[in-house]
Ligand binder design. Sequence first.
Ligand code: FMN
Length: 301
Amino acid sequence: MKKVLVVYYTQSGQLLEIAQQIAKPFIEDDAFQLDYHQIKMKNDFPFPWNGDEFFDTFPETFKQIPQELQPVNPEILSTDYDLILFHYQVWYLTPSIPINSFLKSEEAKQILSGKPVVTISGSRNMWAYAQEKMKVLLKENEASLVGNIALTDRHNNLISVITIVDWLFSGIKKRAFGIFPLPGVAQEEIESSDKFGKIIKSYLKNGNFIGMQEELVANGAVEFKFFLVSMDQKGNRMFNIWSNLILSNPKKRKLLVQLFKYYVICAIYILSPIVNIIELILYPLLWVLKIKRQKKYFQGV
Ligand SMILES: Cc1cc2nc3c(=O)[nH]c(=O)nc-3n(C[C@H](O)[C@H](O)[C@H](O)COP(=O)(O)O)c2cc1C
């Protein structure tokens, strides 16, 4: 019997729904044992969020400072799993604090060391450089990344900012102001994600993951959008400056976090459209110089 462990953290329940869909083909097959580990914080984050707490989480998230977690069930710690399905969300272009805290724990090392891992992210749309940080964290745990699925909100970037803020600050997945589309990963996409489970299961059965990522991508597991990756990269540079500034001035933290909030709003609604237009004009040149190469890289593992 092959043993599979699903690891996840979720505030809204969206990632659990995705995890359960992907796990379906394993549950329906007697040849597999499937266990869940829900990452739980000692002091959990609020959901719904309020504005102050939401932005105040930024520096520690971006600097990947771990916080205390509740212990892992000893049965899980003593099981030798054949595959880990690792579900995570992105906070500030970085794996969320609960995910980062788990991956920096001794327990994670015990579970992940020497194991194949498939990462599954459920984010708004900016996951690419968070996945790079995941690669580092998995390497530190001596795990081997064999697959990646990145599920996102596929609506326009400026619209999905409005709809996600409405969702995260109300705690309810609804049409913002009654006119905007629903936030988060589309329900149809969540419900059809058992197709990824089927693909992963067949490779696990054969004991070989070669070719699996290509098949996942061919089935829609990773959409590459150059503009988003480009914003993600620029955002990481600016977030580095802001997080250093906030953490090195604890007495002015409140003021600096407020300024950071205004910076983020300006960056999304003023700077990013201008950069997008420039990149659209240069698109053919950028395709030759880097887009083609980046697409291959970010759709791989
Ligand atoms: C504090 C915070 C920061 C976030 N930052 C990002 C981000 O940088 N990029 C992104 O695509 N999504 C971002 N999101 C959205 C999350 O990745 C995720 O889709 C959403 O919080 C739902 O996750 P859940 O499974 O915990 O409910 C952020 C969410 C929170 C709460």
